[in-house]
Design a protein around this ligand. Structure first.
Ligand SMILES: Nc1ncnc2c1ncn2[C@@H]1O[C@H](COP(=O)(O)OP(=O)(O)O)[C@@H](O)[C@H]1O
Ligand SMILES: [Mg+2]
Length: 250
């Protein structure tokens, strides 16, 4: 596995906080560093703030305090149009899929490319490859409501991957699938990661994360703790994680 200590950060949070309206802060003091090409799990029980953290990372919301830098740009001071351009490099797999029920699987997966103005021949080629890669070829003309939860999850993943994102964010992607498919989905994310995409997967399923060697970010009490798995980093490298500043958050 690659040592990513020297790579530039895809995202960096410094003491970021988030509140909804006048409610108490759900994220209080989050510092983290996602190196380019890294693969992390984001753990924490339901209600810990995982989805909220992903909203900051995916530029859906600005922090209410502190600093969020994505692809080198501070989200608070970046112009709207530039934020939109940054968002197009991020693939997001939403927990509730957000597929368009009236469109076929093919059209759902092709949509991000169609919006980007790519020509139809190229879209068809990319889309066919992506459907093959996710095992969805035979469902190309089917509409999402007639698919199982696991199949809809695959469509949501295919749609996130079709743009070849630099950063892939998945929110509880294994919540509605059986264990076999869960392992297959993580393997698919690993393959994408090997091709260079930075990956962050939010899950409350500690047992699943335990089966993989990837470092974890753990949300606790509005903070992120860095929680490397046993034997990380692999080999004889130093045991100090690059995120040690984040580990001091509590
Ligand atoms: N859109 C929202 N408006 C108000 N409160 C929210 C909203 N989204 C999440 N929350 C609250 O923020 C806290 C963290 O939620 P969330 O980020 O969804 O956690 P997780 O994904 O770890 O389950 C919860 O108390 C939740 O009720
Ligand atoms: Mg959530």
């Amino acid at each position: 596995m690659a040592d990513d200590t020297d790579r530039p950060a895809v995202a960096r949070f410094h003491r970021a906080a988030l509140r909804y309206g006048n409610e108490p802060e759900v994220l209080r003091d989050v510092s983290l560093d996602l190196a380019a090409g890294s693969f992390h799990f984001l753990l924490g029980p339901s209600g810990a703030g995982k989805t909220s953290l992903l909203r900051l990372l995916s530029l859906a919301l600005p922090p209410s305090r502190g600093c969020v830098v994505v692809f080198g740009r501070d989200v608070v001071t970046t112009a709207r149009a530039d934020l939109a351009a940054l968002r197009r490099r991020i693939g997001i797999v939403f927990q509730d899929f957000r597929l368009l029920p009236q469109l076929s699987v093919y059209d759902n997966v092709a949509l991000p490319l169609a919006v980007s103005g790519l020509d139809t021949a190229r879209i068809a080629e990319d889309c066919k490859l992506m459907l093959a890669r996710t095992g969805l070829e035979r469902f190309a003309e089917v509409r999402p409501p007639s698919l199982s939860g696991g199949q809809q999850q695959l469509v949501a993943i295919a749609r996130a991957l079709i743009i070849r994102p630099r950063l892939l964010i998945a929110d509880e992607p294994t919540a509605s699938v059986d264990e076999t498919l869960a392992l297959r989905l993580i393997a698919l994310f690993q393959e994408v990661n090997r091709l260079g995409t930075t990956v962050l997967i939010a899950t409350h399923n500690e047992r699943l994360a335990d089966r993989f060697p990837h470092p974890r970010l753990r949300l606790e009490d509005g903070h992120v703790l860095y929680d490397p798995p046993d034997g990380w980093p692999p080999g004889d490298g130093p045991a100090t994680p690059q995120h040690d500043h984040a580990a001091t958050a509590a």
